[in-house]
Design a protein around this ligand. Structure first.
Ligand code: PRP
Ligand code: URA
Length: 227
């Protein structure tokens, strides 16, 4: 029988929220621990972010509707089951969200991609918008919004506001992150209870500089080697 690590109390606090999915899978947990290590260099870090994002996409798309269509195998007519319903859009929050994009597109290659550019002001920790380019048919799509880090939650909330301005509804949005702080989860789920949140882990707390502890440091800098 598989031995399960006891859930951390912060994890337990959010586990019963129907809109928050904490991905509890040994492959994800294992890769995340390499990501956290300061000795992991940019090349390996990028590869791990991509791999974890792909594993998360598997979980975050679990409830997509399936429709039946007739198919023919080499042997006989049969019924095929294909994803039906809305098409998908993927929106990475620049910069660090870009690190997750390829992993997601590997599984969902036909998704349209939008970009939202935000950076945190280091003093106020408030997000500053510098770019926004989204598909015109965004309201007709289910949206995977990507950012490895949910810290104060300010960037995620600001990005969702931009998606709403383009006509998207909160219930169409799934937010995927690798690490969440309890504070960020609380803020995002209160601001947007209709948004489904997927995270690979919930960490202990935010520090006085708005960093997730124990965390993994600055995700963007580690992905792009700008430390
Ligand atoms: C990081 C991260 C999130 C944001 C999270 O981005 O990728 O976008 O901080 O923090 P929040 O929840 O407190 O808003 P950063 O501003 O460092 O920009 P970068 O991705 O360009 O490095
Ligand atoms: N952004 C990061 O990249 N890391 C943190 O810990 C918090 C915000």
């Amino acid at each position: 029988m598989r031995k399960k690590a006891p859930p951390m109390s912060v994890t337990a606090k959010f586990q019963d929220n129907a809109n928050i999915c904490i991905i509890d899978h040994p492959l994800v947990t294992h890769k995340l621990s390499f990501l956290r290590q300061k000795s992991t260099g940019s090349k390996e870090f990028r590869a791990l972010v991509e791999e974890i994002a792909a594993l998360m996409a598997y979980e975050a798309t679990r409830d997509l509707p399936i429709g039946e269509e007739p198919i023919e195998t080499p042997l006989e007519k049969a019924t095929g089951h294909f994803i039906s319903g809305k098409k998908l859009g993927v929106v990475p929050i620049l910069r660090a969200g870009l690190g997750m994009l390829e992993g997601i597109l590997r599984l969902i290659p036909n998704a349209k991609v939008g970009h939202v550019g935000l950076y945190r002001n280091e003093q106020t920790l408030e997000p500053v918008e510098y770019f926004c380019k989204l598909p015109d048919d965004l309201p007709e799509r289910d949206i995977l919004l990507l950012d490895p880090m949910l810290a104060t939650g300010g960037s995620a909330v600001a990005a969702i506001k931009l998606l709403e301005k383009k006509g998207a509804k909160a219930e169409q949005i799934r937010f995927l992150c690798l690490l969440a702080s309890p504070e960020g989860l609380q803020r995002l789920s209160e601001a947007y209870p209709q948004v489904s949140i997927y995270t690979a882990a919930v960490d202990k707390c935010l520090d006085e500089n708005g960093y997730i502890r124990p965390g993994l440091g600055d995700a963007g800098d580690r992905i792009f080697g700008t430390v």
